[in-house]
Design a protein around this ligand. Structure first.
Ligand code: ADP
Ligand code: MG
Length: 334
């Protein structure tokens, strides 16, 4: 476009100039007038080109969005009616392979948690702990075996009922660039301020929040305060507690807090999770010792089950890491 306009300018000057020299034009001002006309045309002509290119870009973008919108979720929600979830969870010989990596994350895993019980899952990183949590929330469907919630196959339950009755604290706590209050309220939009404070106290973050200048209205993230990993985890716990879910899953969510704070939070949670099915995932024996049942995972298989008492009385992985972590604690106390 700019080239065309430049050429037009040159042509006007050339032919206008020639005619002036030949005496065909008497008034040289006419040439200047024509140049101004051409330059007045620049903008509208350039815009035509510009709009055409934007339309083309939009076409491509819309194409990509459509591709995404037309994508069918692999998790099918058959049950349209809402189901009431009580919180009995049973894994029956579950084997699960991640499709994209072909990693078999769980092999023949079976366990049963009754409503109101606390199950702890212990194991090294990569042993399949988070996979179990994801399967309970039905992020994936299992390949072999079955997951039964309230004695019914998980596929037969209404998906949104299932997910809204689970309070899930993920391993990597994610906070939005918003106020602390709104971040907690994601769990329940209509929560009252007193409820927010109650769950913050249970998650042992209330005291920290009170010390910020804007209290619960403090912005977090890029534009606000930067929270420590442990503080983020605790806000994320408060978020999970606020909707009073039937099932609570804490996926390694106390890894970034010290053992003393961990003890306080676990004690608070014991009260808050009364009557609720609770799953605590951790690699620390201090987090799991009060659970009704403990399962120890290794490379996707359950290698030990029992309670803290029974597991420390027999030789095995649990006893080993219990002693190891006890030693570490003694050293750090010295
Ligand atoms: P843990 O929580 O005990 O550290 P995970 O359940 O996250 O273990 O992972 C178990 C195995 O599954 C690991 O080998 C991991 O690499 C693999 N895995 C985990 N998540 C995914 C995923 N989304 N896609 C593919 N493979 C995964
Ligand atoms: Mg994990």
């Amino acid at each position: 476009m700019i080239l065309l306009i430049g050429i037009s300018n040159i042509l006007v000057i050339y032919f206008g100039g020639m005619r002036y020299i030949n005496g065909e034009i008497k008034n040289i001002g006419i040439i200047a007038e024509f140049i101004i006309y051409i330059n007045m045309l620049t903008w509208p002509v350039a815009v035509v080109g510009w709009v055409t290119s934007i339309v083309q870009q939009a076409e491509v973008s819309q194409g990509r969005i459509n591709e995404f919108l037309k994508e069918e979720p692999s998790i099918q929600d058959i049950q349209k009616e809402e189901t009431l979830i009580k919180g009995d969870i049973k894994f029956d010989n579950v084997t699960f392979t991640y499709e994209d990596t072909n990693i078999t994350a769980l092999k023949n895993v079976s366990f049963h948690i009754e409503k109101g019980e606390t199950l702890a899952i212990l194991g090294k990183t990569g042993s399949g702990k988070s996979t179990i949590a994801g399967l309970i929330a039905r992020l994936y469907d299992v390949d072999e075996g079955a997951i039964l919630i309230d004695h019914k196959p998980i596929q037969s339950l209404n998906l949104s009922s299932l997910r809204s009755s689970i309070g899930f604290v993920p391993q990597d706590a994610f906070l939005f660039s918003d106020t602390i209050k709104n971040n907690i309220k994601i769990g329940d939009e209509h929560a009252s301020d007193s409820k927010i404070i109650q769950v913050a106290k249970e998650a042992y973050i209330h005291q920290n929040i009170k010390e910020f200048n804007n209290k619960y209205d403090t912005l977090v993230g890029e534009r606000g305060v930067t929270l420590s990993g442990g503080q983020k985890q605790r806000i994320s716990i408060a978020r999970a507690l606020i909707s009073d879910p039937e099932i609570l899953i804490f996926d390694d969510c106390l890894s970034a807090v010290d053992t003393h704070t961990e003890e306080i939070i676990l004690n608070n949670l014991k009260a808050a999770s009364k009557g609720k099915t609770t799953i605590i995932i951790s690699h620390r024996t201090s987090s799991v010792k009060n659970a009704d049942k403990i399962i120890v995972l290794d490379k996707g298989k359950i290698i030990q089950t029992g309670t803290h008492k029974t597991l420390i009385s027999i030789d095995g992985y649990y006893k080993d890491i219990y002693n190891q972590q006890l030693e570490e604690k003694l050293i750090s106390n010295e």
